[in-house]
Design a protein around this ligand. Structure first.
Ligand code: SAM
Length: 284
């Protein structure tokens, strides 16, 4: 068992009743209500919440379920008798996991789905296991084999693998075993706080795990992150945001970068994030 998971399993009784706040490996977390009535979590170490204050649930639906084109991927998978594999960067509250299952079980209940979620702080696994909706929907099938905790959904052939560790390292064995994903939810904290997951090098790693027709979506519209995606070989475009957010970012391996964005890239002196320019207070 991963040493951090073992430690949390031992310390679990300390956090049992703390539904509004809990201690994680990287600091404390507090539950915060967002404008659509759904909950998010504030991370003291990153000094950020997992979602926009406009609405955790609305944002997740818009940016990831619709933004990454999950229904298109699901239809394609069914038509070609294939499975659908999704990669999430940052498990956080588990909202991305729960809404993906809800959507797919409603519209594509026979589709076989795997969702891999990369998460640095193991405390989120225990937070998720206390979530009533999660417990109604998933059964644990394996505890921390290496650094992975796996669950299966009760209502659909849908498996969830939460991979604990720094995503830049924990993704390597997945790439090495030849895993290919069709949709990527790029949902790290914002680049000002979590810059290592917005670099050219990170998006190159994501390319290695991406199927030829893969899509990536993210709430982030920072030009340095968009440039990093483009320099890593993704075709980048913008799509409308919701709430207080004007635009989000969508990328495909097969697609071209929107010419308007290319013009903006050329006109802007801002450089793409690279591992060399990173000043990530958690990871360095
Ligand atoms: C914006 S939150 C994710 C929100 C989540 N998708 C949800 O539905 O609630 C960002 C997450 O990325 C995780 N994270 C930050 N740096 C990481 C790293 N280097 N490797 C893996 N996970 C990381 C944080 O711990 C946090 O849970």
């Amino acid at each position: 068992m991963h040493k951090l998971l073992r430690q949390y399993a031992q310390d679990m009784h300390k956090y049992k009743d703390q539904d509004f706040a809990f201690k994680g490996e990287l600091g404390d977390y507090y539950r915060v209500m967002t404008d659509d009535g759904s909950w998010s979590l504030y991370s003291s170490s990153f000094d950020e919440t997992c979602h926009s204050s406009s609405g955790a649930e609305i944002e997740t639906q818009h940016v990831y379920i619709h933004g990454a084109g999950i229904s298109r991927h699901a239809m394609h998978a069914l038509a070609h008798k294939k499975d659908l594999t999704i990669l999430e960067v940052g498990l956080g509250t588990g909202m991305g996991v729960i809404l993906s299952l809800n959507f797919l079980s409603q519209y594509f209940p026979d589709l076989s789905v795997s969702l891999y979620s990369l998460e640095i702080d193991p405390a989120f696994v225990f937070w998720l296991e206390r979530n009533e909706e999660f417990r109604r929907s998933f059964i644990k099938i394996a505890t921390a084999q290496d650094n992975t905790v796996s669950f299966k959904a009760r209502c659909q052939p849908f498996s969830l693998h939460i991979v604990i560790g720094d995503a830049r390292k924990s993704i390597r064995p997945l790439i090495a075993k030849g895993l290919k994903v069709q949709a990527i939810y790029q949902d790290a904290f914002g680049p000002r706080k979590n810059q290592t997951l917005w670099t050219v090098q990170w998006f190159e790693q994501l390319k290695q795990i991406a199927d030829a027709n893969a899509t990536l979506s993210t709430y982030c519209s920072a030009i340095a992150a968009r440039k990093a995606l483009q320099q890593a070989g993704w075709g980048v475009r913008s799509f409308p945001g919701i709430g207080r957010k004007r635009s989000n970012t969508f990328a495909r391996l097969l697609g071209e970068t929107d010419p308007k964005l290319l013009q903006q890239f050329e006109a802007s002196p801002i450089l793409a994030f690279t591992d060399l320019t990173c000043d990530d207070k958690i990871m360095r």
